[in-house]
Ligand binder design. Sequence first.
Ligand SMILES: [Zn+2]
Length: 441
Amino acid sequence: MCGMRHWITRRRRVAVFMAALLIVVFAVGSAGRAHRGEPVRANAPPTRAQLVASLPRSVSIARIRQHLVALERIAGRHGGTRVAGSPGYAASVVYVQQALARAGYRPRVAPFPFVEYEELVERGLEVTPVRRGIELEAIDYSPSTPPGGIQARIVSSSGNGCSAGDFAQARGRIALAERGTCFIAEKARNAQAAGALALLVFATQPGPINATLGDPDASEIPVAAVEQSVGRSLSAALDAVVRIEIVTRKRRTSSQNVVADTQEQRGRVLLVGAHLDSVLLGPGINDNGTGVAALLEIARVVKKRGPQMAVRFAFWGSEEFGLFGSRAYADSVPRQELVAYLNFDMLGSREHVRAVYEGPYAALFHGYFRRRGLATERIDLTGRSDNHSFEQIGVPTGGLFAGGDACYHLACDRVGAVDFRILEQLAAGAAFGVASLAPHR
Ligand SMILES: [Zn+2]
């Protein structure tokens, strides 16, 4: 037995050695795992550092593309648009609900009041100095002209139309102003106050203007856009006379936001949002199917990898007409419930810039891309998208944007026009923002 005793002692030594080896291996392994962002204990929830590392990598561009293809198909089945108030928008709401439910959420559809708007007649004629038809694009929520239209002399604004005095000569005339510096609604208010019969605006670059007054009651005078070249020639002419005829229809109705929380119990959350509606003219795949698709994918990976994160995903209705969905939500949510708001609108533009919203989270996002050797730009999108609704109630905001696009607000805003390389980078950046800012519970 001595042998045994030797043997037993030797077996005990081997066992002690093996145990020590196992401990060392486990310690080294878990350090490695911690470094690779994997949970240390199999059932330990991942730490913030681990989620910040793993979430951006877990976002699948293939799944994002599937969402975009589905949204384009929805538009295709409904007249090529997912504009607020349309069957295409209603189908988009159902699609988002189902995608969230598949990922384990209990999405809520929250209705909000909204004024549907339709353009029936948009006709323009330059009477003098050159008799010619001019293309007219009513600004969303423009009222109609009186029956038969308005014919009057053109008076250019003496400034950019943003001050009351800029339309001093416009009484009984049609005012003309270049776009920019302030919202079109403000120029319309100034022209109306000066007694103008209508306001025409023209863009600072060639191409159509597709804009909104933002508020159905913003102006009592008709407001429309003309091509840049037409605007310039009318403002250069001393005695230009124009005839315009606009017939629009407004209908008070409601639209919907879709909202889903990672956790059912109330408490402070990080709110992240993307608008779900498109403009009338196109399916809105870059604007803003890309934001919607990125958030649906991020919602999936958050639920899977970081359920302890308190995140509220929001898909806003009627952003294009004037931020109606996010404004209604901002007016109804208890302010203290929101830690911050991150906005994602147009993440796949062919201008493909990595633009970071100015604000308290800019450095966070710039740092993320810098560490990956990716250049970024700063952008101030105040008032331009749903972040504005939360800035209005004092919630700190941030977001990402891929820049302008030749198909912006047009029928060609389709899957084929999306830059998937920039979309993949910005979707991963968005996931990083969520992992960095979401409270853990
Ligand atoms: Zn948009």
